[in-house]
Design a protein around this ligand. Structure first.
Ligand code: CP
Ligand code: NVA
Length: 315
């Protein structure tokens, strides 16, 4: 649960749906779940016994599907995977009709969609919690697991600098919103035209005014990573942008995270990537597999953090 139970029955479409206290509560609970699993190999209680999660996927997934499904099993519940061909969201029937039907059977829904509006519409029409499992605009579960991972490494978050290198995409948007809520200075180094959504940046700036975060945008990746605590990168062409991949590969080439860029940041910097990675494109293999990389901790923590979300919203 979030510490005060305020997330029960609620949907998570955007990071902006959460308060600082709710995020702190999720982090505390994820920590406890992770510790219990590590020390005992299983959970003593089954807080989601008898509960079912429907998992709608319009796009491929390794981490998100496996972590949610495994998480439900570990919590005593059950998950149903609905592949793109099963649902055909908005084609076979409307998004709202899918939401209303699922609400009669299951206790929660996660959805990975092309259009952010589709997950928002699911949440609006459903009477059970709906969690955004990635849309074209946001990836809230990723950002929550990522900053939980940084907290675990550093013992605190306020005042740290996270530089996102590459495309101002869904993962960047969620990190920007969450970073500004938690007092992290968030920088972006991107080519012109790839700075992300202006309305989300404005929203993050308003949040940052209350937390002391500084939000900055750069062209030069070397300047952007100077004194950074975290370098974060992601693919240059996200799912759904495959037709632009070749053009983007040329444009983004100066934004590759390689040894030289990591050296420009400093000795203690950690390197993060949500995965899947395109080795040799946005990140070199030596950096991805190197001493600064914490990408597998991020991947592991997806499960612990999402279990905290499932219990907070569905138990
Ligand atoms: N990071 C992430 O969401 O991975 P998948 O696309 O494999 O789920
Ligand atoms: N930005 C990437 C993230 C994948 C987890 C995408 O949307 O494809």
């Amino acid at each position: 649960m979030s510490l005060d139970g305020s997330l029960r029955g609620r949907s998570l479409v955007s990071v902006a749906d959460l308060t600082r206290e709710e995020v702190d509560g999720l982090f505390v609970h994820a920590r406890a779940l992770k510790d219990e699993l590590r020390s005992r190999g299983r959970h003593q209680l089954a807080p989601l016994a008898g509960r079912t999660l429907a998992m709608i996927f319009e796009k491929p997934s390794l981490r998100t599907r496996v972590t949610f499904e495994t998480g439900m099993t570990q919590l005593g519940g059950h998950a149903i995977y609905l592949a793109p061909a099963d649902i055909q969201l908005g084609v076979r029937e409307t998004v709202a009709d899918v939401a209303r039907n699922l609400s009669r059977w299951v206790d929660g829904v996660i959805a990975r969609v092309f259009r952010h509006a589709a997950v928002a519409e699911l949440a609006e029409a459903a009477s059970v919690p709906v969690v955004n499992a990635l849309s074209d605009v946001e990836h809230p579960c990723q950002a929550l697991a990522d900053l939980f991972t940084v907290l675990e490494r550093r013992g605190g978050l306020r005042g740290l600098t996270l530089t996102f290198v590459g495309d101002g995409n869904n993962v960047y948007h969620s990190l920007l919103l969450l970073g500004s809520l938690l007092g992290i200075h968030v920088r972006l180094a991107s080519p012109a035209g790839y700075e992300g959504d202006a309305a989300i940046f404005a929203r993050a700036q308003a949040i940052a005014a209350g937390s002391g975060s500084r939000l900055e945008r750069f062209r030069d990746p070397h300047e952007a990573v100077c004194d950074a605590d975290v370098i974060y990168t992601d693919v240059w062409a996200s799912m759904g942008q495959e037709a632009e991949a070749a053009a983007r590969a040329r444009l983004f080439a100066p934004y590759r995270v390689d040894e030289a860029l990591v050296r420009a940041a400093g000795r203690d910097v950690v390197v993060m990537h949500c995965l899947p990675a395109h080795r040799g494109q946005e990140i070199t293999s030596d950096v991805l597999d190197g001493a600064h990389s914490i990408v597998l901790d991020q991947a592991e923590n997806r499960m612990h953090l999402q279990k905290a979300i499932l219990v907070a919203t569905m138990a």
